[in-house]
Design a protein around this ligand. Structure first.
Ligand SMILES: Nc1nc(=O)c2c([nH]1)NC[C@@H]1CN(c3ccc(C(=O)N[C@@H](CCC(=O)O)C(=O)O)cc3)CN21
Ligand SMILES: CC(C)C(=O)C(=O)O
Length: 291
């Protein structure tokens, strides 16, 4: 599959994801929001999926909630991510309110994400209420990644970010939703914020690959937000977040060294400056020497 350093990998397809599940190779998904983060994800052949998550709203645009993100803003960012993405499958979230007004509205907006946003598949939060929409999009050739469990777009309606499926009844509900979404044609499903036992149970029951975030180690893949991985997010740190880097310390120290060097006059030095061609600076008139 070309998972060797320096060997470019072939484009990840839906078929690739299904064979990763069959071979029990954990699927890797990372969010990206711009060209440089997409290039960075693409530079590692083991990254399977790049997700332009609607976490874009918070970690990149400074909104308080994902519900503030518009479709135009999402498209602006997916275009940049698409320009930097090579082998990973490129998926984007449908923003809050862009798939709920009507079925035809959902299709129109998903088509915009494909045509203008240049994504290959879309992700959609929701259970039984989105099953028919998932089916229609799939029928029209737009692959859908479903998303059940903790659904951040519903944090107001649910009075917070709550782990789902902890008791038997709500666990059964999440299983029912996941099975209905698979039957509707979803090619994969994100399980967010559910007990690890439920993560394992759904992953075993479904044929399609599950991608977990706060769903334990037994899902078919994992996803984390770029800024959580890098250690650059200063907002809430969910229990499921592991910071794999401390990019914030490196970034802040680069800013510090830069401003210090400007202030103390050590930047720029001679080799960072241009020299002129034999100009007699002293012979120039006072007015010209100010130029
Ligand atoms: N930086 C970042 N990382 C994310 O994973 C993320 C975002 N932003 N923004 C959009 C959504 C929002 N997400 C969230 C936000 C909060 C919790 C949270 O507070 N979880 C509690 C669970 C408490 C419980 O019921 O036990 C936690 O502390 O883990 C979880 C997911 C996931 N997404
Ligand atoms: C964390 C992932 C699953 C997501 O939905 C997002 O980035 O918005």
């Amino acid at each position: 599959m070309g998972l060797h350093p320096g060997v470019p990998r072939k484009k990840v397809t839906l078929e690739t994801l299904h064979s990763l599940k069959a071979n029990k190779t954990p699927i890797t998904m990372i969010t990206a929001y711009d060209y440089p983060s997409a290039v960075a994800c693409s530079s590692n052949p083991s990254v399977d999926i790049v997700l332009v998550g609607d976490s874009l709203a918070q970690v990149c645009l400074g909104y308080a909630s994902t519900t503030e993100l518009t479709l135009s803003e999402m498209i602006h960012h997916t275009r940049a991510v698409a320009r930097g993405t090579t082998h990973p499958l490129l998926v984007a979230d449908m923003p809050f309110g862009t798939y709920t007004v009507s079925r035809s509205d959902a299709i129109k907006n998903a088509v915009r994400l494909v045509q203008e946003g240049r994504v290959e598949a879309i992700k959609m939060e929701g259970g039984l209420e989105v099953v028919e929409t998932v089916q229609r999009l799939t029928e029209f050739g737009i692959p859908v990644m479903a998303h059940v469990g903790l659904k951040p777009q519903r944090h107001v309606a649910l009075s917070g970010f709550r782990i789902q499926g902890k008791d038997p009844n709500s666990a059964k509900q999440v299983i029912k939703e996941a099975e209905a979404l698979q039957a509707a044609g979803a090619f994969s499903i994100v399980l967010e914020g559910v007990p690890k036992e439920l993560g394992r149970c759904i992953s075993n029951r479904l044929q399609i690959p599950t991608i977990g975030i706060g769903a334990g180690p037994a899902t078919d893949g994992q996803v984390l937000v770029w800024d959580d991985i890098m250690g650059t997010w200063n907002g809430h740190k969910a229990k499921f977040v592991r910071r794999f880097g401390n990019v914030q310390a490196e970034r802040d120290s680069a800013i510090k060294r830069y401003v210090e060097a400007v202030r103390d006059g050590s930047f720029p030095n001679d080799s960072e400056s241009y020299t002129s061609d034999k100009v007699e600076w002293e012979s120039l008139s006072p007015a010209e020497s100010h130029l």
